[in-house]
Design a protein around this ligand. Sequence first.
Ligand code: TMP
Length: 237
Amino acid sequence: MVKKRELLYEGKAKKLFATDEEGHLWVQYLDQATALNGARKDEVLGKAELNNQITSSIFEKLAVKGIESHFIRQLSNDEQLVEQVDIIPLEVVVRNYATGSFSKRLAVEEGKLLDFPVLEFYYKEDALDDPIINDDHVKILGIANDEEIAVLKAAARKINEVLITLFDEIGIRLIDFKIEFGRSADGSILLADEISPDTCRLWDKETNEHLDKDVYRKDLGDIVPVYQEVFSRLKNK
Ligand code: TMP
């Protein structure tokens, strides 16, 4: 049985602990919701268990489709064991429909189906407010080289295809999402972090109801029943 060791890192939604197993980390999800780069923060009881279970379920389903991630196994309702990776400081966003910062920045109608999935890189740097950057910026900042950028883009597009189908089967339209990658000990690039209603925009196919963190961002109500709905649909699939 793996043992939890010292706290290595505390993020906005998760704590990361060392373990007694070489190269394995213990992730503890937190009952915490944040927006505006952490400026708004609330305790949300039940969120940790839901996001851990949703992420675990999605990473398992991606693995079946040949997409490797850092996920090893679920340890409890709100904890999981993952492979240690060096997180690449990029938020990779894929958009199928216009909304959010894309609609705002480019004045594209909210909810418009895009002709093809649009991929964006944001530099994960709180002090700069995570600016959008292009491939040259990724290279000049030494974040990733050409070959790695190609790997990240191909993986993001493949993940998008698998997730579109997965969510479609449970009556959900995948509007957009954010993923992160890391470099494992052998240098390979692995999907990491989480995939949950915190990191995706999920709209009910029939009603266009938000089944994601926009409920919190826009103050539309309690997110726990909303995340529970996503988890129930995933579980029963
Ligand atoms: P955006 O429209 O606000 O740029 O968000 C695009 C997608 O990325 C959306 O699904 C929410 C997700 N996202 C995160 O997971 N974390 C973030 O810090 C941001 C800005 C967006």
